[in-house]
Design a protein around this ligand. Structure first.
Ligand code: NDP
Length: 311
């Protein structure tokens, strides 16, 4: 039998939990489904030093536990489970959780965030978890004093290369153009680090390995077609993120990358009663604090919208 709620929150990063705190304090008795990665992307980070209020920084997982505790304290019904499909043409909205449980929600707050992108090579998939990773901070530790490679040229790749250089004997940075996209300060940090070797104009052809995992990576300079095999045991992918919005595609307006389009300065989507927050709708800022801010907006918008429906 379908369950009814006034407010359903999908996702449990800073946006989802902030929406939950505001919605529960407004008496909406929200239900939250945490999704496949409870706590979101910050659970795979270590130090968060730029969230206002933590003068000495805080560990990402600890911050998410605090946010969950705060949301529960005001009565949010926080549940494990993943929204697998939706029907936003109906009123109330229908959301199916784990393909089985049906929820009828008067309002829906989307806070599903984004996930790391992969290169799409068969060998990348083959060795995923056995030397291939999209999170240096989570997995770098396993490659202490070993040689590793990281692909990407943005701030994430630069930050992770610097992090890995502190742990590993050598870091190869594979960059597809002849320049980095990363900010000036991060560019300087990687290019001046003696443990980081840059491979410009290079693409990853294949990740090599055996039964024990990764043993190397074959790269090709696409200007001169020269190939090289780097003798690494770890291969990190840091080429950006993709919003987790596939299940909403049929109903919500999105840009070409899949970010949900919201009405300027609000969390309103093109469907009445559906609000979007966090990285699912933000390809520019993507910070914990901006996600939290839009989560707050979504809860306030949902509350006001629900009140208008009652008038
Ligand atoms: P970006 O989209 O900024 O960068 C992605 C990088 O990966 C680019 O260099 C891109 O190359 C490269 N790339 C993309 N696809 C491929 C591919 N198939 N093969 C090889 N290389 C590829 O993503 P980030 O995750 O680095 O950053 C996202 C946002 O978060 C940015 O706005 C960034 O500034 C911000 N950020 C800020 C941090 C901070 O302030 N401390 C830390 C981390 C992120 P190309 O340049 O050629 O397109």
């Amino acid at each position: 039998m379908a369950e009814h709620t006034k407010c359903l929150i999908i996702g449990s990063g800073p946006a989802g939990y902030t929406a939950a705190i505001y919605a529960s304090r407004a008496g909406l008795n929200p239900i939250m489904y945490q999704g496949p990665q409870p706590g979101g992307q910050l659970t795979i980070t270590n130090d968060v030093e730029n969230f206002p209020g933590y003068a000495d920084g805080i560990q990402g997982p600890e911050m998410m536990q605090d946010l969950e505790k705060q949301a529960r304290r005001f009565g949010t019904d926080v549940r494990y489970g993943m929204a697998t499909s939706v029907d936003f043409n109906s009123s109330p909205k229908k959301v199916f959780v784990d393909d089985t449980h049906e929820i009828h929600a008067e309002s829906v707050i989307i806070a599903t965030g984004a996930s790391a992108k992969w290169l799409g090579l068969p060998s990348e998939e083959k060795y995923n978890g056995r030397g291939v990773s999209a999170c240096a901070v989570c997995d770098g530790f396993f490659f202490r004093n070993q040689e590793v490679a990281i692909v990407g040229g943005g701030d994430t790749a630069a930050e992770e290369a610097t992090y890995l250089a502190n742990l590993c004997s050598k870091v190869h940075m594979i960059v597809r153009r002849d320049e980095l996209r990363a900010s000036q300060i991060m560019q300087k940090r990687v290019t001046s680090n003696p443990k980081i070797q840059m491979h410009w104009n290079s693409q990853t052809e294949e990740i090599l390995g055996d039964d024990n995992g990764v043993t190397g990576v074959r790269i090709k300079n696409h200007l001169n077609n020269i190939e090289a095999v780097l003798p690494v045991t770890g291969f990190f992918v840091a080429i950006g993120h993709k919003p987790n919005t596939d299940i909403f595609k049929e109903f919500l307006d999105m840009d070409e990358a899949g970010y949900i389009i919201t009405e300027k300065g609000t969390s309103y989507t093109n469907i009445q009663g559906v609000f979007a927050s966090g990285d699912a709708q933000d390809h520019i800022y993507r910070q914990a604090v901006t996600a939290a801010g839009t989560g707050c907006m979504a809860a306030l918008d949902a509350e006001r919208w629900l009140t208008e429906q009652e008038d």
